[in-house]
Write a protein that binds this ligand. Structure first.
Ligand code: GLN
Length: 540
């Protein structure tokens, strides 16, 4: 029987609730407890797939092809378990389902209401997540903060859960921000008191409170919060801002939260975090820097490339390096700016993307990497621009393109597949989730993975156009990864280059702190060997 921990937020959003939830998952897993995690997102969108990265950051893709909140990336990286589409529920999904049922007549003429119909649908979806992996503990994070209008049905649903599954099987943890005020930096508990009061007004008494603050939280402050909120003092857990997010499980464990949860749930209390501790020690130790340029269109917004960044951190740690990411705006390269910044990096990544803004700059970044032999890793769109760039060079023309950016191009190096075209108008044509891929003997890709058959997660519409296979093969491109039927190019790499490889899939989603992704690992290895001299300030 699954037990539930519901995590709510108070005072402000973006205080690291997702990382806190992921970390609780990790300290439970360290006790041999089987955990899974679910995020309830109160916004009305059905999923973040169509939301702007400015609004939402990265779209994280699960094995089964759901486009989900980036917090799922934290969950997977921290608990090292694959999640599914049941792990992310939005108000949009809940309402569409209830309205569909209403149109079908499922409610037999009854009035359809937020309580019980919407709340029942929410609880049904929580049950689905629990059924999926049949975890001992399901952690459920409610997005946003207490008091948000959209969040209310979710809070009501998790309130009811206590009665449904029994109070011994449910815990509520509230994560709040403790701001510091004025020149003295005095920490203020009042907002926390207010948000707990809001929570109690709905009928939820938190069992534990996690206090996020930039400065250390002393005992007197914890006493005060315990007094005002009726939470045991030992369950008032301070969480000051960490040097790395991977430190958070250790901080929560040290504060006794793991012990507290296990006592409440009657679980094994013996935790083994030795390996995680070792990971954090290595992360925090001073190391030589490695500079990687990420050429994208949201450089002022690192959240948009969250998993790419984390995958780099994992890979660099494997090689005992610290990563410094240089964010380079692809549109700058189009204006002939930014090449001097590229001259200071040890490796270049062109990450995934949609739409034509900044595309020419990404093609120039691929050219720079090819000409100056800078290690290059192309992720989805990054692979496509790498192929387009090579074709432009072969044909000595600017014509080669993707039909995504130039529908009328005479050289559609990247295009929709024939069987996609007819359904393209209807939407829903993305290749999403895990697909198998077979690697060619003797390639860099094969050497990285050390096996022939792999599976990776996709999120794209366009594919490499097979009509151009021979032409680019003659120019030194190897199709080192293909779909098992050989029809789709999944990985392309340049033969005569220290490391220039692009994948049609997104390897970043499968990287784990203790298991860096093979492609990132070998890309970073090549970057550590790149003799950067800062001299190549021009494209050519
Ligand atoms: N826009 C490209 C496509 O749809 C690449 C997508 C991506 O990078 N995820 O094929």
């Amino acid at each position: 029987m699954t037990q539930y921990i519901f995590v709510t937020g108070g005072v402000a959003s973006s205080v690291g609730k997702g990382v806190t939830v992921a970390s609780i998952g990790r300290i439970l897993k360290a006790r041999g407890v089987r955990v899974s995690v679910q995020k309830l997102d109160p916004y009305l969108n059905v999923d973040p797939g169509t939301m702007s990265p400015y609004q939402h950051g990265e779209v994280f893709v699960t094995e089964d092809g759901a486009e989900t909140d980036l917090d799922l990336g934290h969950y997977e990286r921290f608990i090292d378990e694959n999640l599914s589409r049941h792990s992310n529920v939005t108000t949009g999904q809940v309402y569409s389902e209830v309205i569909l049922k209403e149109r079908r007549g499922d409610f037999l003429g009854g009035t359809v209401q937020v309580i019980p119909h919407i709340t029942n649908e929410i609880k049904h979806r929580i049950a689905l997540a629990a059924k999926g992996g049949n975890p001992d503990v399901l952690l459920v994070e409610v997005g946003g903060t207490v008091g948000d209008i959209e969040g209310q049905p979710f809070l009501e649903a998790i309130r009811q859960m206590r009665k449904d599954v029994g109070r011994d099987n449910v815990m509520y943890i509230h994560v709040t921000l403790v701001p510091s005020i004025g020149a003295t930096g005095e920490l203020k508990t009042k907002p926390t008191q207010h948000s707990v009061r809001d929570l109690r007004a709905i009928g939820i008494q938190p069992d534990a409170i996690v206090l996020r603050a930039d400065a250390p939280i002393d005992n007197a402050l914890r006493d005060k919060i315990a007094l005002f909120t009726d939470v045991e003092k030992r369950a008032v857990v301070p969480l000051t801002t960490a040097q790395t997010i991977y430190q958070v499980p250790l901080m929560l464990e040290e504060a006794g939260l793991g012990q507290f949860i296990c006592e409440r749930f009657g679980l094994n209390c013996e935790a083994d975090l030795a390996q995680w501790q070792d990971l954090v020690n290595r992360l925090r130790a001073p190391k030589e820097k490695l500079r990687i340029g990420i050429v994208g269109k949201y450089v002022e917004l690192p959240d948009a490339y969250m998993s790419v960044r984390e995958a780099l951190v994992h890979a660099a740690l494997h090689h005992n390096r610290d990563i410094q990411v240089d964010w380079i705006l692809s549109e700058d390269l189009e204006k002939d700016r930014g090449f001097e910044r590229l001259s200071h990096v040890d490796g270049i990544i062109v990450p995934g993307g949609f739409g034509d803004r900044g595309i020419e700059g990404k093609i120039l970044a691929a050219k720079y990497a090819r000409v100056h032999r800078v290690p290059y890793l192309g992720l989805c769109l990054g692979m496509q621009v790498m192929c387009i760039e090579l074709a432009r060079n072969v044909l000595e023309s600017d014509e080669p393109n993707s039909t995504e950016f130039d529908p009328g191009t005479k050289d559609p190096i990247i295009d929709l597949m024939e069987d996609q075209r007819s359904i393209a108008d209807l939407g829903g044509t993305m290749r999403l989730g895990a697909y198998p891929c077979r690697l060619e003997e003797g390639s860099k890709a094969r050497a990285a993975y050390g096996m022939e058959n792999i599976s990776e997660r996709h999120r794209h519409r366009f594919e490499f156009n097979n009509r151009y296979r021979e032409m680019l093969s003659n120019a030194g491109l190897e199709y080192s990864g293909k779909s098992p039927d050989g029809n789709l190019v999944e990985i392309a790499e340049l033969r005569d280059h220290p490391f220039m490889l692009g994948s049609q899939f997104h390897p970043e989603f499968k990287s784990r702190p203790e298991r860096p992704h093979p492609l990132f690992r070998d890309f970073v290895a090549a970057a550590t060997e790149f003799p950067r001299d800062g001299k190549q300030e021009k494209l050519l």
